[in-house]
Design a protein around this ligand. Structure first.
Ligand SMILES: C[S@@+](CC[C@H](N)C(=O)[O-])C[C@H]1O[C@@H](n2cnc3c(N)ncnc32)[C@H](O)[C@@H]1O
Length: 304
């Protein structure tokens, strides 16, 4: 998928994530955080921040009041999109905006949030800059399946102050279901091979957490020096109501199928005509307002 399409995918994913985030885990996060003030703002680090959906969500959900927020992502294009989207949101909400080449500051009643955009690869950033015990809150949303947990979590958690909080959300956990079923075994073959493509990617020498990221995190955070406060499911469940999807859901389903198609074609794992026929049937189901999707994911909140 090209970067512009991925930006659109992240845009439509935002509302689906909003509906899916686990409320109990969210409440545990809200309870775990100390009060922020103008003189004592939270230091927040988000890794794999993409187009800034999470920082905007935290502002809209009235969670971020006084904060210095670092949004890190490898893609300068996604971060530019994040900056534009946040500026638009701030304007629409009557906040005062101050911009420099690296930062965007938003100020209003009971609110002073500065977002710094860092276009770097995470492991490179961890290895080259020193951030010991700098942050009150660490966020990773739909990201940790891309890294090797035992390699990345220890240096990452060491960026948190003692007692600092981590909030790891939308972590894929090995189950993708399309309904209604097609030829049963073809569905199973395609989806299990798709999960294997996630698993088999290497980061450096090591395998990334991939399709079992959610359950692996439950123990990996402990090995990395964190302790779990609460975990819960944050499954995406997309279904039409009387043949109609909520806005963006049909686009999201098409992007989701495109990602499966690209992953399987790249690795030559399924006979191309068989894959095409499976995709065409699934696309027809979207057009008829029939296709449903369940993706099992976990959210976690914890402390260092
Ligand atoms: C699935 S997207 C999620 C984006 C965002 N958190 C959201 O859900 O809207 C994963 C993001 O991680 C970024 N990314 C992938 N590997 C990375 C790495 N090694 N270091 C930093 N960012 C990375 C990608 O550019 C992408 O924006």
């Amino acid at each position: 998928m090209d970067e512009q399409s991925f930006i659109d995918y992240l845009r439509v994913k935002r509302a689906i994530d909003d509906r899916s985030l686990n409320a109990t885990v969210w409440n545990a996060l809200v309870t775990a955080m100390p009060l922020a003030s103008q003189s004592c703002p939270w230091q927040v680090l988000e890794i794999g921040a993409g187009t800034g959906a999470m920082v905007q969500r935290l502002l809209e959900w009235d969670f971020l009041h006084y904060a210095a927020y670092t949004a890190l992502d490898t893609s300068p294009l996604f971060l530019t999109e994040a900056r534009h989207a946040l500026s638009r949101w701030a304007e629409q909400n009557g906040l005062h905006i101050n911009q420099t080449s690296e930062k965007l500051s938003l100020a209003g009643k009971s609110r002073e949030v500065t977002v710094q955009f860092v276009a770097e690869e995470l492991n490179h950033w961890l290895a080259t800059a020193s951030h010991p015990k700098s942050y009150d809150l660490l966020i990773a949303h739909a990201f940790l399946d891309l890294v090797n947990l035992d390699e990345t979590l220890p240096p990452l958690l060491s960026c948190l102050k003692k007692g600092g909080v981590f909030y790891f959300t939308i972590n894929f956990d090995g189950l993708t279901v399309f309904e209604p079923p097609l030829q049963h075994s073809l569905d199973e073959t395609i989806l299990s091979l798709y999960h294997r493509t996630m698993q088999e990617h290497f980061v450096g020498e090591k395998l990334r957490s991939g399709a079992t990221c959610g359950r692996r995190l439950l123990t990996a955070v402990g090995r990395a020096g964190g302790s779990l406060l609460r975990a819960g499911a944050s499954d995406w469940i997309i279904h039409p109501v009387q043949g109609k999807y909520l806005p963006g859901e049909d686009r999201f389903l098409r992007y989701f199928l495109q990602m499966i198609d690209e992953a399987l074609r790249e690795q030559g794992l399924v006979e191309p005509t068989l894959l095409r026929s499976w995709l065409d049937q699934r696309i027809n189901q979207i057009e008829r307002g029939e296709l449903m999707l369940i993706v099992h994911q976990l959210d976690l909140v914890g402390r260092c």
